[in-house]
Design a protein around this ligand. Structure first.
Ligand SMILES: [Zn+2]
Length: 454
């Protein structure tokens, strides 16, 4: 066994036998709800986390993060011709503070580069309409990439059709800074109707008017440590983003990840015995508007990154099935042994290796720090409400949260206790190769992120 039974059994008893975080997550969802970093709701969530972590005896500190918070205002989105109807829509995060555009609609398919090239000329000064899907075998583009191309090809605005039926438009950040053109998520049903009209040769005209606010605020990254017994200067970080979209309660995205990380912290503190390296729990701020908290941590602690044995990220993590280890070529005896030890909880010897972006592992991964996350299966029902009004506490899968906390805590302990560092840090050249292999260059450019140089 990789983790001795005196430790593993106690972690199992804490996380599965007497979990505390489901009720605490309910309290966060119902009394705070959506959490905008830099706004009062974000500060209330930070206080909630600080209170719990300190109460369990962890050493808690915070790091200030200046943010320009985007506050949703009014939105009017309607089809003006050939018939009038109101679109079921949500403005995307960082959409302009003020816009009022009326223009014909052009279908740009999935919003991939070929789609824009095909529609070039036609799309200028019009609303571009695309969906959330990708062509066969292609990586799904992030909405920031689609908006970057909408701007490049001169569109007057962007409409992204939701992939979930039932009147569920999606929000989400669309631009690095204030977007130059209005961008909204619309329901699948509205998107389909617009496309059917276009296919039948009828040209719809849409009006989108919006007002939003940008306010300067200070969010806090909440950090809680259990000091290592033998090598306290080395650490394993387990993190989750605490902020969420304003339209719902941020229950699955990412209350679920927060609950897992905090349950891990509680169970590992209850052990009363520290492993070799420091265990650090991080609740990142402003992830939804561009991974700001984790990015600032990587920048501010650059000199300490060499001493990070691994970073674990929990974002909408579901029922554990294996591990996500981008950049790690060989999981080795430690992770293979852990997968076998955790087999009864549903973990298999599966190691996702392809690099991915858009969550808080990204800045660490690009700095070459080993990433060892728990991979899980999310309930299809919960995935439907991603960034939509239905992301509420009733969608949280309590058994999955408890099992993921158990797998996460056991894995974190093993990574922190291993006599030798389990994985080497990647060099800038290895990071660039990993990014190229996963075809992520354009996505990083749309986020304003530069790759490490030698
Ligand atoms: Zn998330």
């Amino acid at each position: 066994m990789v983790v001795p039974s005196r430790v593993a059994d106690r972690l199992l008893a804490e996380t599965l036998g007497r979990p505390a975080m489901i009720e605490e997550l309910r309290r966060l969802c119902d009394t705070v709800g959506g959490r905008t970093s830099g706004a009062p709701s974000g500060a209330e969530a930070e206080e909630w986390a600080i209170g719990l972590l300190s109460g369990w005896g962890l050493r808690v500190r915070t790091e200030d993060l200046p943010v320009r918070a985007w506050l949703r205002g009014d939105l009017e989105a309607e089809v003006r011709a050939p018939v009038r109807w109101r679109l079921t829509a949500l403005a995307h995060g960082n959409a302009p503070s003020s816009a009022d555009v009326t223009a014909p609609v052009v279908d740009v398919g999935h919003g991939e580069r070929e789609d824009w090239e095909r529609a070039a000329g036609e799309v200028t000064d019009r609303f571009a309409l695309c969906d959330e899907a990708a062509s066969e075998g292609r990586r799904k583009l992030h909405r920031t990439e689609k908006l970057a191309m909408a701007v490049e090809f001169g569109a007057a605005g962007l409409l992204i059709e939701s992939s979930a039926s039932g009147g569920l438009p999606r929000t989400g950040v669309c631009y690095h800074g204030e977007a130059p053109i209005p961008s909204v998520g619309i329901s699948l049903e509205d998107g389909r109707r617009l496309r059917r009209l276009l296919e039948s040769g009828v040209q719809p005209t849409v009006r989108v008017a919006m007002s939003n606010r940008f306010v300067d605020g200070v969010a806090r990254t909440v950090l809680a440590d259990i000091a290592g017994a033998l090598a306290p200067e080395e650490a394993v970080i387990a993190g989750a983003h605490l902020d969420s979209w304003d339209v719902a309660q941020g229950a699955v995205d990412n209350g679920q990840g927060v609950a897992i990380v905090m349950e891990m912290a509680r169970a590992l503190a209850a052990l009363g015995e520290a492993p070799r390296r420091t265990l650090r729990f991080a609740l990142w701020a402003a992830e939804e508007v561009g991974l700001m908290g984790s990015t600032a941590y990587v920048a501010n602690h650059a000199a300490e990154l060499d001493r990070l044995a691994a970073v674990m990220n929990f974002d909408m993590t579901g029922d554990p099935t294996g591990f996500y280890t981008p950049g790690i070529a060989e999981p080795g005896d430690l992770l293979r042994g852990l997968a076998r030890q955790l087999g009864p909880l549903g973990v298999r010897e599966e190691f996702g290796r392809r690099a991915s972006l858009h969550s808080d592992h990204q800045p660490f991964m690009l700095a070459g720090v080993p990433i060892v996350s728990v991979a899980g299966r999310l309930d299809e029902e919960a995935g439907r409400y991603y960034h939509a009004v239905g992301d509420t506490f009733d969608k949280v899968a309590a058994p999955a949260v408890c099992r993921a906390a158990c797998v996460g805590a056991t894995t974190m302990w093993a990574l922190a206790e291993a006599p030798e560092r389990p994985f080497a840090r990647l060099s800038p050249a290895q990071v660039r190769a990993m990014v190229a292999e996963a075809d992520l260059g354009e996505a990083l450019a749309a986020m304003g992120v530069r790759l490490p140089e030698d």
